[in-house]
Design a protein around this ligand. Structure first.
Ligand SMILES: *Cc1c(COP(=O)(O)O)cnc(C)c1O
Length: 230
């Protein structure tokens, strides 16, 4: 099932990209493996998937020793500062930096190893009280502060809009995030990025996210099936 699902999603990514006049190679698929056992992640890896998304540091810790070195984890959950060090060591990218305190803690740990870490700034684009992320009006200020942290490579923006049954309702949120990226880029705030990233879109709405400019889509259920309860 997992290999077939991956092939189908890759195909859908390609078609959505073409519909939007974009290059399919500009879109990366993060397979969200949270709560799925290592066996199924290995199955996905053997089918060619190398990028995985997890939202608990403990899970990254327990899974990464069993993963081949080519496998990479994106951290996509709310990150507590007391877990920042481990997350920085184990993850290829942290998509959810949403406050300067977290940025500073990550930077301090990274400065000891001298290693740079890719991060995204998480934006609460739908003003959803139940979601993490910096509010739209504060995004520019936070980005400016993050850019002063030498060991963070701020690669772009991430969002998780309010969950909608009709995926079309996500479109205005995705568009808003892309417009924010354009504004911040035009102010020179992403000047060191060849192509700033936009991480948006999940199983039910990734096609729409791609039409609106997503460069990273985070898909779990459509690849692995329904998640085991926590
Ligand atoms: C769980 C999760 C996803 C994947 O959701 P699906 O609906 O299973 O595709 C994507 N992004 C984040 C931040 C998540 O926590």
């Amino acid at each position: 099932m997992i290999p077939e699902n991956l092939a189908r999603i890759q195909d859908e990514i390609m078609q959505s990209a073409q519909r939007a006049g974009r290059a399919p190679s500009d879109i990366q698929l993060v397979a969200v493996s949270k709560r799925f056992p290592i066996k199924e992640i290995i199955t996905a890896f053997e089918a060619g998937q190398q990028l995985f998304g997890e939202n608990y540091v403990q899970e990254v810790q327990s899974k990464s020793p069993f993963m081949p070195p080519e496998a990479r984890f994106h951290f996509i959950g709310h990150l507590q500062t007391n877990k920042a060090k481990i997350a920085a060591e184990l993850c290829y990218m942290i998509e959810t930096v949403d406050r300067i305190k977290l940025g500073k803690v990550l930077n301090k740990h990274l400065s000891k190893s001298g290693k740079k870490l890719r991060v995204l700034m998480q934006v609460n684009i739908g003003d959803d009280p139940g979601k993490s992320g910096v509010h739209l009006e504060k995004a520019e200020e936070l980005l400016e502060q993050m850019l002063e942290l030498d060991f963070l490579e701020v690669c772009g923006l991430m969002t998780m809009p309010p969950l909608e049954l009709d995926p079309e309702l996500s479109r205005p949120h995705f568009r808003k995030l892309r417009q924010l990226l354009e504004v911040l880029t035009s102010k020179g705030l992403f000047k060191n990025q060849l192509k700033p990233e936009l991480s948006m879109g999940m199983s039910n709405d990734f096609k729409i996210a791609i039409e609106e400019g997503a460069t990273i889509v985070r898909v779990g259920t459509a690849i692995f099936g329904n998640r085991p309860s926590a």
